[in-house]
Design a protein around this ligand. Structure first.
Ligand SMILES: Nc1ncnc2c1ncn2[C@@H]1O[C@H](COP(=O)(O)OP(=O)(O)OP(=O)(O)O)[C@@H](O)[C@H]1O
Length: 343
């Protein structure tokens, strides 16, 4: 994609499982198994899917919290997955993260001023002491916290306020992209909406790119440009928010969406209850990984793995149903478009 700030190609992360008498590798967790996407400058891409499908592992791989098994991560044209720790150091500033738990993410022994000053100092961004103070004050303004709160300790703040401090800390480094890993999942409903609005405002104001990792499609719907749906280490569908919510092309996306409430009086989607649990990523099913739970699975799904391919402009999906005539594809056409029209 032109203007991409981040490009991830065929990313794999297989965690070895050690066991046996000699403690050797006995198996692997195929946590992420060939994931590709790109994010444009100023764009939000949401990565959604059930717990354990590999979303956080994708985020951590981009942050280089561990080495990847295979694939490429390219930031603004530069490959970063193969960089040594010292070359990577200045690049780290450009990718920041906000994690789920604002209670454990902040050092309880540091005042807010020092929490925000730390990245500014580490990345050598302030000209002098006065500039540092000014930068800290502006960060408080950006996340709508009073400037004098910089003298307080993390425990003096509510969960939502702490998440604002985590966002300010991420912004302190003036990044190109922020990874929000379940950043609002632990917050109360009303606070969640405030933080989502704040992130959206900041994104517009600063032209940030965002990778928004979430299991909650209802939240994603309010703030994303595009959505990538993950299942068992793979992306099964990618589309713009409007296309994905109005006309999902993959049965897994359809099932996830069926659980999202429709914000219109009297309107409701038919809930699809998937059978069984997500299979183990240690031993993923042959063929299509979703076939064991798919309501439409047929013979081919048990044997061949479907490739992620473009079915309409900007809409990608990995499902053998696309090779069937429309009459035999329950997901052909703009199913649900009427429900979404009022959004
Ligand atoms: N360090 C690790 N060692 C071994 N397995 C791991 C490790 N980290 C993650 N996994 C496994 O990889 C799979 C994907 O985990 P991941 O945390 O990326 O999923 P997720 O979609 O973000 O789910 P959640 O929202 O529950 O964190 C899971 O089966 C998890 O148990």
């Amino acid at each position: 994609m032109s203007g991409a700030i981040l490009e991830v190609s065929d990313l794999k992360k297989h965690f070895p499982i050690h066991g046996g008498f000699f403690g050797g590798t006995t198996a692997h967790v195929y946590a992420v198994d060939g994931v590709s996407f790109s994010i444009a400058k100023g764009e939000t891409l949401s990565l959604v899917g059930e717990s354990g499908c590999g979303k956080s592992t994708v985020g951590k791989a981009i942050l280089r919290l561990f080495d990847i098994t295979a694939g490429q991560v390219v930031l603004d044209g530069t490959r970063i997955d193969t960089m040594t720790a010292s070359t990577l150091r200045p690049i780290r500033r450009r990718i920041q993260v906000v994690f789920q738990d604002p209670f454990s993410s902040l050092n309880p022994r540091m005042r807010v001023r020092d929490i925000l000053a730390e990245p500014i100092r580490n990345f050598g961004m302030a000209k002098n002491r006065a500039d540092l103070e000014e930068r800290v004050a502006l960060l408080m303004d950006k996340v709508r916290l009073p400037r004098d709160a910089v003298n307080r300790w993390p425990h003096e703040f509510s969960g939502g306020q702490r998440q604002r401090i985590c966002i300010a800390r991420a912004l302190a480094a003036e990044p190109d992209i922020i990874i929000c890993d379940e950043a609002v999942s632990a917050l109360d409903v009303s606070v969640k909406a405030q933080i989502v609005n704040l992130l959206q405002d900041l994104q517009k104001e600063l032209g940030l790119a965002m990778l928004f990792i979430s299991h909650d499609l209802a939240i994603v719907e309010h703030m994303t440009h595009r959505v990538a749906v993950m299942y068992l280490g793979k992306i099964v569908e990618v589309a713009t928010k409007r296309d994905l919510f109005s006309a999902p092309k993959h049965p897994y996306t359809e099932a996830l969406l069926s659980a999202v409430p429709v914000p219109m009086p009297g309107a409701q989607r038919e809930r699809i209850i998937l059978k069984g649990d997500v299979p183990s990523p240690i031993n993923p099913p042959q063929g299509c990984r979703f076939h064991t739970r798919c309501p439409y699975a047929f013979d081919r799904c048990r044997k061949d793995e479907p490739a992620l391919r473009q079915t309409e402009a900007g809409h990608w999906s990995a499902c053998h149903l696309h090779d069937r005539p429309d009459a035999e594809n329950p997901l052909a056409g703009a199913k649900g478009a009427d429900l979404i029209a009022a959004h």
